[in-house]
Design a protein around this ligand. Structure first.
Ligand code: NAD
Ligand code: UFG
Length: 336
């Protein structure tokens, strides 16, 4: 029985592949490398000493996608693949709706045809939009504020509908908060294309000298130092949350939804300080105006995942910054 990881060459998928392989699970990775590098596959093998099947394939290519299901005995799917840049989704909404939604529909149709029961979906805290209060629990109101968030919300709704129509399906919707950090080996990590949109990759590229200075988007939020507060979670903790979710699905739980975060919020300036400490490098920054669409504070209530999955994030921001830096300094140009 195999676990299919769509988007398994990506940032979160590659870390999850490592954790699964280290547990001797039978892993199949599928990716079209639209936002990742083939080198990732060698790195996963180097870390784990394990082999796995790989398909270079676009999920939109349903005909060839079906071959994966014909050739393998797939038991569970973890669906990471998708486009994820908020700003880009505003400029190219059709690309986002097509890639994220049609890909998922193709997978779900084949899942039905080949009688696969277990499905884990990479959702995002973005489905909470600008939350009424923090910490945010899973019952908080859902609202999307950009096309990327809309795709996550639409897919969540599709999953809820198919779960209602077929009680034998087991589906975990995982709402990630802000994934950062890298594997301890420094062999895999986050490798954004071009100038990073997200805070930690930007800071680490300033530290390594690829970028001049960080632009801090606003210091006039209603937070303790005026800068935005987020719930940063180590990618290895996140990966382990997927393993626990698969265990949960094997109890035939139907549809379940979990926040995966740490429950702690840190400001932009706190992250800059933590990274300076970890890297022992100067991080120049300037305060600029707020980024459109940003919210002041976002952090998770993770008690449901603690209780029902027996999962809790173990790493704090010190480890997150040390591991991000270790990856960055060993791979100053990423996988290039
Ligand atoms: P990533 O871009 O590193 O990984 C996604 C992978 O999917 C890439 O390797 C890409 O090449 C592949 N892919 C995209 N479209 C594909 C297609 N049509 N067919 C085959 N492969 C395709 O992103 P990530 O950070 O690892 O995120 C994984 C998932 O988690 C995404 O769905 C993302 O929306 C979600 N998520 C990410 C974050 C974050 O901040 N990283 C936060 C919340 C949710
Ligand atoms: N920030 C800066 N300068 C930068 C980048 C970010 O000051 O160059 C600030 C932002 O204003 C925010 C914080 O750093 O206060 C975090 O910003 P990120 O872009 O790293 O993360 P977001 O919380 O804005 O969004 C991320 C993903 C979304 C996802 C969300 C919740 O980009 O796709 O986390 O998971 F939905």
């Amino acid at each position: 029985m195999s676990i299919l990881l769509t988007g398994g060459a990506g940032y979160i998928g590659s870390h999850t592949a490592v954790e699964l392989l280290q547990l001797n699970k039978d892993v199949i990775i599928l990716d079209n490398f639209s936002n990742s590098s083939p080198l990732v596959l060698d790195r996963i093998k180097e870390i784990t000493g394990k082999s796995f099947k790989f398909y270079e394939l676009d999920l939109l290519d349903k005909k060839n996608l079906e071959k994966v299901f014909i050739d393998n005995n797939v038991d569970s799917i973890i669906h990471f693949a998708g486009y994820k840049a908020v700003g880009e989704s505003v400029d190219k909404p059709l690309d986002y709706y097509t890639n994220n939604i049609i890909s998922t529909l193709n997978l779900l149709e084949l899942m039905k045809k080949y009688n696969i029961k277990n499905f884990v979906f990479s959702s995002s805290a973005t489905v909470y939009g600008n939350p009424d209060k923090c910490p945010i629990n899973e019952n908080s109101p859902l609202r999307a504020t950009n096309p990327y968030g809309q795709t996550k919300l639409m897919i969540e709704n599709i999953l809820k509908d198919i779960s209602k129509s077929d009680a034998s399906l087991n589906i975990a919707i995982l709402r990630y908060f802000n994934p950062v950090g890298a594997h301890k080996s420094g062999l895999i990590g986050e490798d954004p294309n071009g100038i990073p949109n997200n805070l930690l990759p930007y800071i680490s590229q300033v530290a390594v000298g690829n970028l001049d200075k960080l632009k801090v988007f606003g210091d006039d939020y209603n937070t303790h130092d005026g800068t935005g507060v987020r719930d940063y979670i180590h990618v290895v903790d996140l990966a382990k949350g997927h393993i626990k979710s698969l265990d949960k699905l094997n109890t035939k739980c139907g549809l379940v939804i979990y926040n995966l975060g740490t429950g702690n919020g840190y400001s932009v300036l706190e992250m800059v300080d933590a990274f300076r400490e970890a890297s022992k490098r100067e991080i120049s920054y300037e305060i600029v105006k707020r980024r459109q669409g940003d919210i002041a504070i976002c952090y998770a209530d993770c008690t449901k995942a603690n209780r029902e999955l027996d999962w809790q994030a173990e790493y704090g921001i010190k480890d997150m910054c040390i591991d991000s830096w270790n990856w960055q300094v060993n791979n100053p140009k990423g996988y290039k």
